[in-house]
Design a binder for this molecule. Structure first.
Ligand code: PEP
Length: 254
């Protein structure tokens, strides 16, 4: 088993992924509840659907909660119907964008190379890409989890240490996303340590690696206690203010 490979823990980051959920009215309540969050050890962020970026910006500006998008175009501008560029995200104050979420990899056939190209496009405009990686249940059962993640990360690592040191990685086992089935802290730590070893090999071993997959207040503390887990990417539980705030509180105590 791969063991923890790093010394001091990085700042905890608790990031919500709203996916394709929300209405103006529901978002207003959720954002108002998150806005007073005062970041201590754990920073809080939300990745909202494109149409609600302006609402998130209005509701969160001046607070310690940051916001971002769930995807980015690889192109800077042009005839790409339906795409949204990094510069457009910057216009709405985004700090983050997810790239390579498993739902985009599987439903939109995003390749490992495209995901790396999206990370590069984000960095080019000063956004922090959160590069999502994770294995399917069949791949885990075949003992391929780490190999799959190394394959997914390879084109990202090829961007070089200067770029990789500016991004965040999220390990999200596909079998744990939206299923209620969380990786055990030990299962997650094993993969996180392998990811950190791959990052360390190119001189980027100290970036944040988030865990995602059915994180909730009840399991966040045990996940955050692992040496290579630096926070969480949270789907369903990020839509419930009290639950999301409780996850962040676990991060504050980690
Ligand atoms: C996600 O969407 O990235 C995710 C981890 O979802 P959930 O927390 O609902 O499993």
């Amino acid at each position: 088993m791969t063991t923890a490979s790093n010394n001091s823990k990085r700042q905890c980051l608790v990031m919500g992924n709203w996916k394709m959920h929300g209405t103006l009215a529901d978002n207003a309540k959720l954002l108002a509840a998150l806005r007073p969050y005062a970041s201590k050890n754990a920073a809080m962020a939300v990745c909202v659907p494109f149409p609600y970026l302006a609402q998130a910006q209005d509701a969160l500006k001046g607070s310690s909660v940051t916001w971002g998008a769930q995807d980015i175009s690889v192109h800077s501008h042009g005839a790409y119907t339906g795409e949204v560029s990094g510069a457009m995200l910057k216009d709405f104050g985004c700090r983050w964008t997810l790239v390579g979420h498993s739902e985009r990899r599987s439903m939109h056939a995003e390749s490992d190379q495209l995901v790396a190209d999206k990370a590069r496009a984000a960095l080019a405009v000063g956004l922090t890409p959160v590069v999502c990686v994770g294995e399917s249940l069949a791949e885990r059962d075949a003992g391929q989890a780490v190999a799959v993640i190394q394959r997914q990360l390879a084109p990202v690592l090829a961007l070089g240490a200067d770029s990789v040191n500016q991004l965040v990685v999220a390990y999200e086992p596909v079998w744990a996303i939206g299923t209620g089935r969380t990786a055990t802290p030990e299962q997650a730590q094993e993969v996180h340590a392998a990811i950190r070893a791959a990052l360390s090999a190119i001189g980027a071993g100290n970036i944040q690696i988030l865990y995602g997959g059915s994180v909730k207040a009840a399991n966040a503390a045990s996940l955050f206690s692992m040496p290579d887990i630096d926070g969480a990417l949270v789907g369903g539980a990020a839509l419930i203010a009290d639950e999301f705030l409780s996850i962040a509180a676990c991060g504050d105590q980690a």
